[in-house]
Design a protein around this ligand. Sequence first.
Ligand SMILES: [Mn+2]
Length: 341
Amino acid sequence: MIQIPEQLRTLLQNIKQSVIIIHRNPDGDALGSGLALQKFLQHKGINTSLISPNEIPNYLKWLPGIDKVLIYEENHEKIKNILKNTAVFFTLDFNDLSRSGKDFGKFLKKLKDKTFVMIDHHLEPSNYAQFMFSDSSKSSTSEMVYDFIVGLEGKSSIDKDMATALYTGILTDTGSFKFPNTTPHTMRIAADLMEKGINHNKIQIKIYDSFSLNKLHLLGEALNKLVFMPQYKTAYIALSKADLDKHHYQKGDTEGFVNYGLSLEEAIFAVMFLENEKEGVRISFRSKGNFPANEFAKKYFNGGGHLNAAGGRTKISLDNAVKLFLEKLPEFLDELNSNNE
Ligand SMILES: [Mn+2]
C-alpha cells in the first residue's frame, strides 16, 4: 500500500494536464510503469504525455500505447514547449534528474515552478520532488505504480492494457520473478494483474523469446569473450564497438547478457562493458547475495543502482575501463569471499 497525501489527491483532481518522464535508455519497468500511469491519468481526464529521453528498444515496441510515447531526442523543441506549459511532472524509475540525459536533465533542473512527483525504487533519491514515493525495497517502479493507482482509486481502475504494461515492468525488473527483490507482495500484484485478463505467456515470449539472429550471434561473441577470475569470484565481458558492428547491433540487443556471467556457479559478481561511440563505455554490474554491485558502480564508474543490479558509465576507453576495473577489484576481495548467498 502507498499512502497518498491529501494534497496530492486534491492536486490530481484539479489539473487538466501532466507529463511523465522516464529514464534514458528506457527498460521494461520504465516504459511499463509509464504507460500504465499515463492511461490511468488519461482516464481521470488528465491529458498526459509520456516522454522517453531517447529511443525505445525493439523488444518493447509491442507494448500497448507505445506508439504515442514522445522521444525527447527526436523532437526536443516540441517537447520543451509541452513541458513549459505543464505544471505537474511525474518522474518514474529514476532517482535523479540527470538520469534523463545530460541536456534534458539540465533543462528539467531549471524548471522551478513545477510540481514533481517521484515514483522510484532506486537507492539514494535526490531531493527534487515535492511528492516523493521512493522505496528501494520494492521490486520495480511498476509495482509502486500499481500500489499508487490502487491507493488513489482502487483495483477496478486498472484495465487489461495497464495490467499488461505493469506486468511487463515487474517481469523484467525481477528477471521473471527470480531476483531477490521478488516479494510475496510482488507475487500478489502479479496475480491481480493476471486476473485482468493479460496474456502472461505471450508477454514472456515477447520479452525473452523474440530475439533476432543477430542478437544470438552477438550473445555467442559475448560468451566467448567472457573472462572468469576464480580468485575474485568475478566474471566479466567487454564488447567493443567493432564487436557490436559485426553483429549489426540494435539498441537492447545486449539486454540480459551480463546475467550469463552470474549464472556461473562460482560467480558472485558479473560485469559487462559496452563500448558506444556517443556515450563512451556503459557498464552493467550484477551480484549474488550481499555483495554491493552498486557500491562498485558508484565508486569507480559514475553510477549506482541496487545492491544486486547497478549501472555506470565512463568516458575513458574500453581498454582503460577494463584496466581500471581490474585494478580496483582487489579492494573488494574480502567482501567477495565473505559473501553469503
Ligand atoms: Mn526499475
